[in-house]
Design a binder for this molecule. Sequence first.
Ligand code: GUN
Length: 283
Amino acid sequence: MKIIDGNKVAITIKEKLSEEIIILKEQGLIPGLAVVIVGKNPASLAYVNSKEKACKKLGIYSERHDLDDSISEEELLHLIHQLNGKESIHGILVQLPLPKHIDTSKVIEAIHPKKDVDGFHPLNVGKVFSGMEGLKPCTPYGIIKLLEFYSIDISGKHTVILGRSNIVGKPAAALLLQKNATVTVCHSKTEGLTEILKTADIVVAAIGQAMFVKKEMIKEGAVVIDVGINRVDDRLVGDVDFEAIKDIASYITPVPGGVGPMTIAMLMYNTVQASKNQFFDAN
Ligand code: GUN
């Protein structure tokens, strides 16, 4: 068994970006990211802080908009329109989830697709599903980068994704399919889940239930990618029973230190991509 070191891969990606950013600055481009957070959800605040810290470290300009959770949908949309028109901002990230009185789809659709560094806008979602160039969602993209870094074969492999969220499960299916995996997407209504999982060469667990994936569900030698981040007794655990599975998996991601750091690295990557697309198209 080999542990996939997400911190190491993320650092490698960020080091390359930092060199690229130095060159872009010489050409007059400073990549810029706006991070919008509504309310004070502790998990969201922690994510947003990490994203800001990563920007600072890499020399990406970042501005943060902390909004009260009483803000109206109209006011939030107004801010997004302002950021869409701001030349120093190349990426806009609205941390999810949003309060119930705000229509998340409306907010995502308001972000200019060229600035949609989360890859959540329907245009970018469509591009991912059509195999076209575009901004790809950070977590699934990070998973692909992890597999590639460890030279893990994707082509022809049966990949079972647990979870069908718009942020992870669905786009992960599209990206893995693009890499010629045979993809099965399972979810809470799936019948015979254990039997299906048992046939997987690669498992991507993204259902948000602590240690849901048990040893009996995993084939010997499978690659196990754990996207879960669950807080249990003040400890972070994934969607996979890591201790039980690590001895039968060929590769496995830990939590923390697996997929998590990749999400931020790919957000930085997308911000740099978006800035280049906007700057060099306009000049
Ligand atoms: N909430 C949980 N994951 C994400 C993410 O990748 N992007 C945003 N914007 N919000 C999230």
